[in-house]
Design a protein around this ligand. Sequence first.
Ligand code: NAD
Length: 305
Amino acid sequence: MTARIIDGKTIAAELRGRVADAAHRLARDRTLVPGLAVVLVGNNPASEVYVGSKTKATVGSGMRSFDHRLPANVSEADLLTLVGRLNRDPVVHGILVQLPLPAHIDSQKVLAAIDPAKDVDGFHPVNLGRLAAGLPALAPCTPLGCVILAKTVRPSLEGLEAVIIGRSNIVGKPLALLLLGENATVTVAHSRTEDLPEVCRRADLVFAAVGRPEFVRKGWIKPGATVIDVGITRVPGAGGKSKLLGDVAFAEASEVAGAITPVPGGVGPMTISCLLANTVRAACMQAGLPTPDFSRLSPDESMRD
Ligand code: NAD
Protein backbone atom coordinates (compact mmCIF):
# COMPACT_ATOMS: atom_id res chain seq x y z
CA MET A 1 0.00 0.00 0.00
CA THR A 2 1.17 3.53 -0.69
CA ALA A 3 -0.40 6.09 1.58
CA ARG A 4 -2.43 8.99 0.29
CA ILE A 5 -0.58 12.21 1.11
CA ILE A 6 -2.70 14.64 3.12
CA ASP A 7 -1.85 18.00 1.54
CA GLY A 8 -1.86 20.41 4.48
CA LYS A 9 -0.94 23.38 2.27
CA THR A 10 -4.01 23.01 0.07
CA ILE A 11 -6.36 22.23 2.96
CA ALA A 12 -5.00 25.20 4.94
CA ALA A 13 -5.47 27.48 1.89
CA GLU A 14 -9.11 26.33 1.55
CA LEU A 15 -9.72 27.01 5.23
CA ARG A 16 -8.11 30.42 4.92
CA GLY A 17 -10.40 31.19 1.97
CA ARG A 18 -13.47 30.36 4.08
CA VAL A 19 -12.16 32.52 6.92
CA ALA A 20 -11.51 35.44 4.54
CA ASP A 21 -15.07 35.11 3.16
CA ALA A 22 -16.49 35.22 6.68
CA ALA A 23 -14.32 38.25 7.56
CA HIS A 24 -15.49 39.99 4.39
CA ARG A 25 -19.16 39.35 5.23
CA LEU A 26 -18.68 40.65 8.79
CA ALA A 27 -17.12 43.87 7.47
CA ARG A 28 -19.82 44.31 4.79
CA ASP A 29 -22.91 43.40 6.83
CA ARG A 30 -21.92 44.32 10.38
CA THR A 31 -19.09 46.86 9.95
CA LEU A 32 -17.07 44.50 12.11
CA VAL A 33 -13.43 44.01 11.08
CA PRO A 34 -11.82 41.24 13.16
CA GLY A 35 -8.50 42.38 14.66
CA LEU A 36 -5.56 40.29 15.86
CA ALA A 37 -2.84 41.70 18.13
CA VAL A 38 0.46 39.83 18.11
CA VAL A 39 3.01 40.54 20.83
CA LEU A 40 6.64 39.62 20.16
CA VAL A 41 9.25 39.99 22.90
CA GLY A 42 12.90 40.03 21.82
CA ASN A 43 14.23 38.97 18.44
CA ASN A 44 14.26 35.18 18.33
CA PRO A 45 14.71 34.56 14.56
CA ALA A 46 12.15 31.70 14.42
CA SER A 47 9.58 33.81 16.29
CA GLU A 48 10.22 36.75 13.92
CA VAL A 49 9.40 34.45 10.97
CA TYR A 50 6.20 33.12 12.63
CA VAL A 51 5.02 36.61 13.54
CA GLY A 52 5.74 37.91 10.02
CA SER A 53 3.68 35.06 8.50
CA LYS A 54 0.82 35.61 10.94
CA THR A 55 0.69 39.36 10.20
CA LYS A 56 0.72 38.77 6.43
CA ALA A 57 -1.99 36.10 6.63
CA THR A 58 -4.18 38.26 8.89
CA VAL A 59 -4.07 41.26 6.57
CA GLY A 60 -4.44 39.00 3.51
CA SER A 61 -7.68 37.64 4.98
CA GLY A 62 -9.20 41.11 5.31
CA MET A 63 -8.58 41.50 9.04
CA ARG A 64 -6.68 44.08 11.06
CA SER A 65 -3.28 43.19 12.45
CA PHE A 66 -1.66 45.00 15.37
CA ASP A 67 1.99 44.15 15.94
CA HIS A 68 3.64 44.95 19.26
CA ARG A 69 7.38 44.42 19.43
CA LEU A 70 9.01 44.71 22.83
CA PRO A 71 12.71 44.51 23.71
CA ALA A 72 14.04 41.25 25.23
CA ASN A 73 14.65 43.04 28.53
CA VAL A 74 11.06 44.32 28.90
CA SER A 75 9.77 43.79 32.43
CA GLU A 76 7.00 41.31 33.17
CA ALA A 77 4.96 44.20 34.61
CA ASP A 78 5.22 46.20 31.36
CA LEU A 79 4.21 43.17 29.31
CA LEU A 80 1.21 42.58 31.59
CA THR A 81 0.25 46.26 31.22
CA LEU A 82 0.25 45.87 27.43
CA VAL A 83 -1.88 42.71 27.66
CA GLY A 84 -4.34 44.58 29.91
CA ARG A 85 -4.54 47.43 27.38
CA LEU A 86 -5.21 44.98 24.52
CA ASN A 87 -7.87 43.22 26.64
CA ARG A 88 -9.74 46.54 26.89
CA ASP A 89 -9.25 47.64 23.25
CA PRO A 90 -12.53 47.08 21.35
CA VAL A 91 -10.87 46.80 17.92
CA VAL A 92 -8.68 43.93 19.15
CA HIS A 93 -10.62 40.64 19.11
CA GLY A 94 -7.70 38.23 19.38
CA ILE A 95 -4.44 38.45 21.35
CA LEU A 96 -1.45 36.23 20.75
CA VAL A 97 1.73 36.44 22.81
CA GLN A 98 4.43 34.68 20.83
CA LEU A 99 6.26 32.00 22.83
CA PRO A 100 8.90 31.39 24.05
CA LEU A 101 9.21 34.43 26.30
CA PRO A 102 12.56 35.40 27.89
CA ALA A 103 13.41 33.43 31.04
CA HIS A 104 12.76 36.37 33.43
CA ILE A 105 9.07 36.43 32.40
CA ASP A 106 6.55 33.92 33.77
CA SER A 107 4.82 32.70 30.58
CA GLN A 108 1.92 31.11 32.46
CA LYS A 109 1.20 34.38 34.26
CA VAL A 110 1.17 36.29 30.96
CA LEU A 111 -1.05 33.72 29.19
CA ALA A 112 -3.46 33.74 32.14
CA ALA A 113 -3.69 37.56 31.93
CA ILE A 114 -5.19 37.41 28.42
CA ASP A 115 -8.98 37.81 28.37
CA PRO A 116 -10.21 34.23 27.63
CA ALA A 117 -12.65 35.70 25.06
CA LYS A 118 -9.61 37.04 23.12
CA ASP A 119 -7.36 34.01 23.69
CA VAL A 120 -7.07 32.92 20.04
CA ASP A 121 -4.17 30.59 20.87
CA GLY A 122 -6.52 28.66 23.18
CA PHE A 123 -3.86 28.33 25.90
CA HIS A 124 -5.78 30.08 28.71
CA PRO A 125 -6.80 27.70 31.53
CA VAL A 126 -10.41 28.86 31.11
CA ASN A 127 -10.46 27.79 27.46
CA LEU A 128 -8.76 24.47 28.24
CA GLY A 129 -11.31 23.96 31.03
CA ARG A 130 -14.21 24.77 28.71
CA LEU A 131 -12.82 22.34 26.16
CA ALA A 132 -12.58 19.66 28.87
CA ALA A 133 -16.14 20.37 29.99
CA GLY A 134 -17.46 20.09 26.42
CA LEU A 135 -18.43 23.78 26.29
CA PRO A 136 -17.82 26.06 23.28
CA ALA A 137 -14.23 27.28 23.55
CA LEU A 138 -11.37 28.79 21.59
CA ALA A 139 -9.35 25.60 21.01
CA PRO A 140 -5.57 25.59 20.47
CA CYS A 141 -4.69 26.00 16.80
CA THR A 142 -2.31 23.08 16.16
CA PRO A 143 -4.60 20.38 17.66
CA LEU A 144 -7.54 21.94 15.80
CA GLY A 145 -5.56 21.69 12.56
CA CYS A 146 -4.74 18.03 13.29
CA VAL A 147 -8.42 17.15 13.71
CA ILE A 148 -9.42 18.98 10.53
CA LEU A 149 -6.71 17.12 8.59
CA ALA A 150 -7.80 13.74 10.00
CA LYS A 151 -11.40 14.51 9.05
CA THR A 152 -10.45 15.09 5.42
CA VAL A 153 -9.66 11.36 5.34
CA ARG A 154 -12.22 10.02 7.84
CA PRO A 155 -15.13 12.49 7.95
CA SER A 156 -16.44 10.78 11.09
CA LEU A 157 -13.93 9.90 13.79
CA GLU A 158 -16.64 8.28 15.91
CA GLY A 159 -15.58 4.98 17.43
CA LEU A 160 -12.09 5.08 15.93
CA GLU A 161 -9.03 4.22 18.05
CA ALA A 162 -6.84 7.34 18.26
CA VAL A 163 -3.35 7.24 19.75
CA ILE A 164 -1.63 10.54 20.51
CA ILE A 165 2.08 10.38 21.27
CA GLY A 166 2.93 13.35 23.48
CA ARG A 167 1.02 14.95 26.35
CA SER A 168 2.05 18.61 26.17
CA ASN A 169 -0.41 21.31 27.19
CA ILE A 170 -0.28 22.88 23.73
CA VAL A 171 -0.65 19.76 21.56
CA GLY A 172 -1.26 16.34 23.14
CA LYS A 173 -3.72 17.17 25.93
CA PRO A 174 -6.02 19.55 24.00
CA LEU A 175 -5.90 17.20 21.01
CA ALA A 176 -7.16 14.40 23.26
CA LEU A 177 -10.09 16.60 24.33
CA LEU A 178 -10.96 17.54 20.74
CA LEU A 179 -10.87 13.88 19.69
CA LEU A 180 -13.11 12.90 22.62
CA GLY A 181 -15.49 15.56 21.37
CA GLU A 182 -15.48 13.69 18.05
CA ASN A 183 -16.33 10.44 19.90
CA ALA A 184 -13.01 8.76 19.13
CA THR A 185 -11.54 6.32 21.66
CA VAL A 186 -8.44 8.18 22.80
CA THR A 187 -5.13 6.98 24.23
CA VAL A 188 -2.48 9.53 25.20
CA ALA A 189 1.00 7.98 25.17
CA HIS A 190 4.05 9.73 26.57
CA SER A 191 7.65 9.26 27.65
CA ARG A 192 6.70 6.73 30.36
CA THR A 193 4.37 4.64 28.20
CA GLU A 194 5.33 0.98 28.08
CA ASP A 195 5.57 -0.81 24.74
CA LEU A 196 4.71 2.22 22.65
CA PRO A 197 4.94 0.33 19.31
CA GLU A 198 2.23 -2.07 20.52
CA VAL A 199 0.03 0.80 21.73
CA CYS A 200 0.42 2.52 18.35
CA ARG A 201 -0.36 -0.61 16.35
CA ARG A 202 -3.97 -0.62 17.53
CA ALA A 203 -4.59 2.93 16.29
CA ASP A 204 -6.79 3.85 13.35
CA LEU A 205 -5.47 7.39 13.86
CA VAL A 206 -1.91 8.13 14.99
CA PHE A 207 -0.96 11.66 16.06
CA ALA A 208 2.77 12.06 16.70
CA ALA A 209 3.76 15.11 18.78
CA VAL A 210 7.05 14.17 20.39
CA GLY A 211 9.75 16.34 18.80
CA ARG A 212 12.04 13.38 17.95
CA PRO A 213 12.78 13.04 14.22
CA GLU A 214 11.62 9.81 12.54
CA PHE A 215 10.71 8.29 15.89
CA VAL A 216 7.59 6.44 14.72
CA ARG A 217 8.54 3.47 12.52
CA LYS A 218 6.72 1.47 9.88
CA GLY A 219 6.17 -1.50 12.20
CA TRP A 220 4.20 0.68 14.67
CA ILE A 221 1.47 1.48 12.17
CA LYS A 222 -1.68 -0.52 11.60
CA PRO A 223 -2.19 -1.07 7.86
CA GLY A 224 -4.50 1.61 6.48
CA ALA A 225 -4.19 3.92 9.51
CA THR A 226 -4.28 7.71 9.16
CA VAL A 227 -1.05 9.28 10.41
CA ILE A 228 -0.86 12.95 11.41
CA ASP A 229 2.70 14.11 12.09
CA VAL A 230 2.93 17.20 14.30
CA GLY A 231 6.68 17.05 14.95
CA ILE A 232 9.07 19.47 13.31
CA THR A 233 12.80 19.14 13.91
CA ARG A 234 15.50 20.91 11.94
CA VAL A 235 18.42 18.59 11.16
CA PRO A 236 21.59 18.95 9.06
CA GLY A 237 20.91 18.04 5.42
CA ALA A 238 22.95 17.62 2.24
CA GLY A 239 25.41 20.29 1.14
CA GLY A 240 25.60 22.00 4.52
CA LYS A 241 21.92 22.96 4.35
CA SER A 242 19.41 22.04 7.01
CA LYS A 243 16.08 20.27 6.47
CA LEU A 244 12.93 19.65 8.48
CA LEU A 245 11.93 16.19 9.68
CA GLY A 246 8.74 15.02 11.30
CA ASP A 247 8.28 12.55 14.16
CA VAL A 248 7.32 9.81 11.70
CA ALA A 249 9.74 7.96 9.39
CA PHE A 250 7.75 9.21 6.42
CA ALA A 251 9.03 7.02 3.55
CA GLU A 252 8.65 3.68 5.34
CA ALA A 253 5.43 4.65 7.16
CA SER A 254 3.88 5.57 3.79
CA GLU A 255 4.20 1.92 2.76
CA VAL A 256 1.75 0.87 5.50
CA ALA A 257 -0.45 3.87 6.33
CA GLY A 258 -3.65 4.64 4.45
CA ALA A 259 -3.01 8.39 4.61
CA ILE A 260 -0.19 10.49 6.04
CA THR A 261 0.80 14.15 6.45
CA PRO A 262 4.22 15.22 5.14
CA VAL A 263 6.67 17.45 7.01
CA PRO A 264 6.86 20.19 5.91
CA GLY A 265 3.48 20.82 4.27
CA GLY A 266 1.21 18.93 6.66
CA VAL A 267 0.17 20.19 10.09
CA GLY A 268 2.38 23.32 9.97
CA PRO A 269 0.34 25.32 7.41
CA MET A 270 -2.90 24.52 9.28
CA THR A 271 -1.82 26.30 12.44
CA ILE A 272 -1.98 29.84 11.00
CA SER A 273 -5.29 29.16 9.21
CA CYS A 274 -6.77 27.95 12.51
CA LEU A 275 -5.46 31.08 14.24
CA LEU A 276 -7.31 33.23 11.68
CA ALA A 277 -10.43 31.08 12.13
CA ASN A 278 -10.23 31.58 15.91
CA THR A 279 -9.87 35.35 15.42
CA VAL A 280 -13.09 35.52 13.36
CA ARG A 281 -14.85 33.27 15.88
CA ALA A 282 -13.64 35.45 18.77
CA ALA A 283 -14.89 38.61 17.00
CA CYS A 284 -18.32 37.02 16.46
CA MET A 285 -18.54 35.83 20.08
CA GLN A 286 -17.63 39.28 21.41
CA ALA A 287 -20.27 40.87 19.17
CA GLY A 288 -22.91 38.35 20.25
CA LEU A 289 -23.17 36.94 16.70
CA PRO A 290 -23.41 33.25 15.75
CA THR A 291 -19.91 31.76 15.46
CA PRO A 292 -18.99 30.18 12.13
CA ASP A 293 -17.98 26.51 12.34
CA PHE A 294 -14.89 26.50 10.14
CA SER A 295 -13.66 23.13 11.28
CA ARG A 296 -17.02 21.45 10.97
CA LEU A 297 -16.45 20.61 14.62
CA SER A 298 -19.62 21.02 16.59
CA PRO A 299 -19.60 21.79 20.29
CA ASP A 300 -19.96 18.26 21.46
CA GLU A 301 -23.67 18.03 22.21
CA SER A 302 -23.49 14.57 20.66
CA MET A 303 -20.92 13.38 23.21
CA ARG A 304 -23.12 11.24 25.39
CA ASP A 305 -22.35 8.16 27.39
P1 NAD B 1 6.90 18.85 24.22
O1 NAD B 1 8.39 18.70 24.27
O2 NAD B 1 6.23 19.84 25.09
O3 NAD B 1 6.23 17.44 24.46
C1 NAD B 1 6.76 16.28 23.91
C2 NAD B 1 5.98 15.10 24.43
O4 NAD B 1 6.58 13.93 23.90
C3 NAD B 1 5.98 14.96 25.94
O5 NAD B 1 4.65 14.92 26.41
C4 NAD B 1 6.70 13.64 26.22
O6 NAD B 1 6.04 12.86 27.23
C5 NAD B 1 6.58 12.93 24.89
N1 NAD B 1 7.76 12.07 24.68
C6 NAD B 1 9.06 12.39 24.77
N2 NAD B 1 9.84 11.30 24.57
C7 NAD B 1 9.00 10.28 24.36
C8 NAD B 1 9.19 8.90 24.11
N3 NAD B 1 10.40 8.37 24.05
N4 NAD B 1 8.10 8.13 23.95
C9 NAD B 1 6.85 8.65 24.01
N5 NAD B 1 6.61 9.96 24.23
C10 NAD B 1 7.67 10.76 24.41
O7 NAD B 1 6.59 19.14 22.67
P2 NAD B 1 5.34 19.86 21.95
O8 NAD B 1 5.40 21.32 22.21
O9 NAD B 1 4.09 19.11 22.21
O10 NAD B 1 5.78 19.64 20.43
C11 NAD B 1 5.97 18.35 19.89
C12 NAD B 1 6.48 18.49 18.47
O11 NAD B 1 5.48 19.16 17.69
C13 NAD B 1 7.74 19.33 18.32
O12 NAD B 1 8.52 18.80 17.26
C14 NAD B 1 7.21 20.69 17.92
O13 NAD B 1 8.16 21.43 17.17
C15 NAD B 1 6.04 20.30 17.08
N6 NAD B 1 5.00 21.33 17.00
C16 NAD B 1 4.56 21.68 15.77
C17 NAD B 1 3.57 22.63 15.64
C18 NAD B 1 3.08 23.02 14.28
O14 NAD B 1 2.52 24.06 14.06
N7 NAD B 1 3.18 22.17 13.31
C19 NAD B 1 3.04 23.27 16.77
C20 NAD B 1 3.47 22.85 18.03
C21 NAD B 1 4.47 21.88 18.13
